[in-house]
Unconditional design. Structure first.
Length: 477
């Protein structure tokens, strides 16, 4: 019975790809050209080659998508224009091909093979489909049986929303063909009338929910068996019953995770200093809480402080506990790295600190708090909030990009991090309102204006910036 199902599935998939012009066992001239462009590492050269390729295949949405992505990587001024062109070509392609009749889209493998934060992109897609913001189709994921997801427990939670195809070698050609039907979650998401970058897509969904009074509920609910196991594991670190705790993830190169070291990293701008978080840790502990330091085994050990559990280097470290702690903490302190995605799936508030890529702000909502890094210009002056949240400065993704624009991100100080932590305690433990209402409105209006300039979309479900940080930098409003 199972074999019959997979044979039928294989026939259906073959029909899908043949009907939209894919040659399952033969590479077309256009596919050869795409493969040639894909191996070019210099994005500037890729932009030039893609522009020429589009002249040859002017209606092809995939080439236009590749050009948008290359422009985004190089901070090219035409990136938004190419995003609009991609959406238009993709829409026309669906209208003029058999693909419009096919109720199938494919989830990229990178969502579960790359950084944990990639799963935020899939959540946005699933919610956008549920809210009828897209021309939704059934979601499929080709998954090689020998592959290991970035977190197998989190993977189980997502299986309720996608159709998993665990393929063997016989499905290889079908998988290769499906790549052209993938939702481009690494860079953008198509809605009915437009496409947006992934961070803007996330906040567009949150804005829609808020403006249409959609009941806010956790995306995931912790499974009973995971709760029982997690509580049992907490006994091993002598955590008193009914204790509250905070998860803390401080980004640094994690050699055992993806081979990144201080010497080979191209993203030093994202890293933070664990020593700058000691004050905040002590503040949480002084209020009766505990702190679980998250991360992969082998990262910099934390000092021995009663109430601080160096979970990343502990015996209870596991994929299940990564999820359990994220789902049960009072709030999460995170950086420009992926762990903060896990608490967000369970509607746990987040404080994001030491953030240099300000597009990350759009992954937050009104329950979260933002503590950005400021940018220092070559003349020694600080950038205004308007400048920092405008393209291209809100989307710099490599150390070289900062050198190119002659700017330097300024690390948050221990005092700034500590004050923001106190503010999160007020929000989550004391359940009180934060101050600086007028200044927050000014800050959020700047965000609305700069994002509207870039997207022509109005965003409203926006996180507060740390009131203390804002009060210290009113001249940047």
């Amino acid at each position: 019975m199972i074999n019959k199902f997979f044979m039928n599935l294989k026939l259906v998939l073959k029909f899908i790809f043949i009907s939209i012009g894919f040659k399952i066992n033969k590479i077309s001239e256009k596919e050869k050209l795409i493969q040639k462009i894909n191996i070019i590492e210099d994005n500037s050269k890729r932009v030039n080659l893609l522009q020429k390729a589009i002249l040859k295949y002017p209606k092809d949405p995939h080439l236009q998508l590749m050009l948008f992505e290359a422009c985004l990587e190089t901070n090219h001024p035409d990136f938004n224009k190419n995003l609009r062109l991609y959406h238009n070509k993709n829409t026309n392609y669906d209208k003029t091909n058999t693909a419009k009749k096919i109720d199938a889209e494919f989830v990229p493998l990178l969502i579960f093979l790359g950084a944990l934060g990639n799963t935020l992109q899939l959540r946005t897609l699933i919610e956008a489909n549920y809210l009828n913001l897209r021309n939704k189709k059934k979601l499929y994921l080709f998954w090689p049986k020998n592959f290991k997801p970035n977190n197998s427990i989190l993977f189980e939670y997502f299986k309720d929303f996608i159709n998993l195809i665990e393929h063997e070698e016989e499905f290889k050609n079908l998988y290769n063909a499906s790549l052209r039907q993938e939702v481009p979650l690494r860079v953008c998401l198509n809605f009915k009338e437009f496409a947006l970058t992934i961070p803007h897509s996330s906040n567009f969904v949150e804005t829609f929910k808020k403006e249409n009074n959609v009941v806010d509920r956790p995306f995931f609910n912790l499974k009973k068996q995971h709760k029982l196991i997690g509580e049992k594991e907490l006994e091993k670190v002598n955590l008193p019953p009914n204790s509250w705790y905070v998860t803390l993830h401080i980004r640094e190169p994690e050699k055992g995770y993806r081979g990144e070291t201080p010497n080979n990293t191209t993203e030093k701008f994202r890293n933070a200093d664990p020593n700058n978080y000691i004050k905040a840790i002590n503040t949480i502990i002084s209020k009766g809480g505990y702190v679980f330091r998250m991360g992969h085994p082998g990262i910099t050990p934390m000092p021995k402080i009663p109430g601080l559990i160096d979970y990343a280097n502990s015996k209870i470290k596991s994929e299940l506990m990564d999820v359990f702690l994220g789902a049960t903490c009072k709030f999460c302190i995170g950086n420009s790295s992926g762990y903060h995605a896990v608490p967000s799936f369970f509607s746990i508030p987040r404080l994001l600190t030491d953030i240099p890529n300000h597009n990350v702000y759009f992954f937050l909502n009104e329950f979260d708090l933002y503590l950005p890094r400021l940018f220092l210009k070559s003349d020694g002056k600080k950038m205004t909030f308007r400048e920092m949240f405008s393209y291209p400065f809100n989307a710099l993704g490599h150390d070289e990009s900062y050198k190119k624009f002659k700017i330097r991100p300024i690390h948050n100080t221990p005092e700034e991090i500590n004050e923001a932590t106190k503010e999160m305690i007020i929000k989550t433990i004391d359940k009180k309102e934060l101050k600086n209402a007028n200044e927050q409105l000014k800050f959020k209006q700047i965000i609305k204006n700069t994002s509207f300039d870039q997207t022509n979309i109005k965003f409203s479900n926006l996180a507060d910036i740390s009131p203390n940080f804002l009060s210290q930098n009113l001249n940047l409003l």
